[in-house]
Ligand binder design. Structure first.
Ligand SMILES: Cc1cc2nc3c(=O)[nH]c(=O)nc-3n(C[C@H](O)[C@H](O)[C@H](O)COP(=O)(O)O)c2cc1C
Length: 363
């Protein structure tokens, strides 16, 4: 875990990535100085690569939460500039996770965006409509907005960007037949056909950032409402899904699972990141309950987790299943988690308590 990693613009001192985690501490979409201090503390704590919380692109209904940061507009971009400068000053590397939520449930705060939510067919999941099916123009403008955000990230000095294509949000809504009923070129009966929106976004991002800038794409098989769902039911379907994405310009696949040790398909212990690397030959990031004994969706229902062994993780990493390892809640709770692991200081690991979600833990 403590070997360096180099790929295009990424030059990382170790293999540990802070997983993207929404915190909703950016009033009116503008990251505050406390947000900058929160990320800077993780860089000082020796995280190799920090991925920001999901930060939304310039579309009127890209967010359902007034406190989720924007990645557009002068004030928000100035806030992000402070974030990346602080991370670099502490020896870290970072990319923003660029996000469009797509069709959403209304936020519990009652806040709603100025226009209706938008998605491939107005559906967030089967039987749940809350917004509009995107027109061709909406799709074109959204693709351009992803490209602009990536361009702005590079201009601000970020080391990479991650596209949020997982967990049932906009890009994933295009992948999923349960939310994509389009009959034009952005729909289709096969998963391969439904990659068109994502490949257009990736190509536009690539066009705006150049060949040498690393692009990460986060994907999940599961949906938050359907843990056991698999977009790709077998390796052949996974190949049909990932190959066009790799060809469009993805450098690193970030393969979201709730538990990294769970095999993706029968007859092999390879997990999602393991299969993605085997199929595409690209670098991959694994994630899911690293260093903890309980998984993250349960954290939203108030469950704590205790520290757990890293033996199985390092076995898979050393075997070459994946290149990087993302850690969420353990680093949310403790900016020094990586330094403690490196120094063998396991006695002082904190685990995860749901109270950590209530503030930006700075030490
Ligand atoms: C509070 C919280 C917020 C999250 N927000 C995001 C997000 O904005 N984008 C995303 O891709 N995943 C998000 N996730 C999922 C994490 O990136 C990660 O995949 C998950 O927590 C599993 O890692 P862990 O078991 O180490 O916590 C979030 C998780 C938590 C706990």
């Amino acid at each position: 875990m403590f070997r360096p990693f180099q790929l295009k613009t990424l030059d990382l001192k170790n293999r540990i990535v802070m997983a993207p985690m929404t915190r909703s501490f950016s009033p009116n979409g503008v990251p505050t100085d406390t947000v900058a201090a929160y990320y800077k503390a993780r860089a000082a704590g020796e995280v190799g690569l920090i991925l920001s919380e999901g930060t939304v692109i310039n579309r009127p209904a890209s967010s359902n939460d007034a406190n989720v940061p924007h990645f557009y507009g002068e004030d928000a971009l100035a806030g992000w500039k402070k974030v990346i400068d602080g991370v670099h000053a502490s020896g870290g590397a970072m990319g923003p996770q660029l996000w469009h939520m797509g069709i959403m449930d209304n936020h519990r705060s009652g806040w709603v965006p100025p226009t209706p939510f938008e998605g491939p067919s107005g559906l967030g999941r089967p039987g749940f409509t809350n917004g509009n099916a995107m027109t061709q123009k909406d799709i074109e403008d959204t693709i351009l907005a992803f490209g602009q955000a990536a361009f702005d990230a590079k201009a601000a000095g970020f080391d990479t960007i991650e596209l949020h294509g997982a967990h049932g949000y906009l890009i994933d809504q295009f992948f999923w037949e349960g939310s994509n009923e389009r009959t034009d070129g952005y729909g289709g009966k096969t998963l391969a056909e439904r990659t068109r929106f994502a490949t257009d976004v990736i190509q536009e991002v690539r066009r705006r950032v150049g060949e040498d800038f690393a692009i990460i794409l986060r994907l999940s098989q599961f949906k938050p409402q359907y843990y056991d769902y698999k977009l790709a039911a077998n390796p052949t379907e996974m190949e049909a899904w990932l190959t066009p994405l790799a060809d469009a310009g993805v450098d690193i696949f970030h393969c979201s699972q709730r538990r990294f040790w769970e095999p993706e398909f029968s007859d092999s212990d390879l997990n999602f990141a393991g299969w993605a690397k085997k199929i595409t030959g690209k670098a991959t990031i694994t994630v899911g309950s690293v260093g903890l004994d309980g998984e993250f969706m349960a954290a939203f229902a108030g469950e704590s987790s205790q520290p757990s062994s890293l033996e199985e993780l390092t076995r898979r990493l050393d075997r070459g299943d994946f290149d990087l390892v993302a850690v969420g809640r353990a680093i949310l709770s403790d900016p020094n988690w990586v330094a403690k692991i490196k120094n063998g200081d396991t006695q002082s690991l904190k685990g995860f308590q749901p109270e950590a979600l209530g503030s930006l833990v700075l030490e």
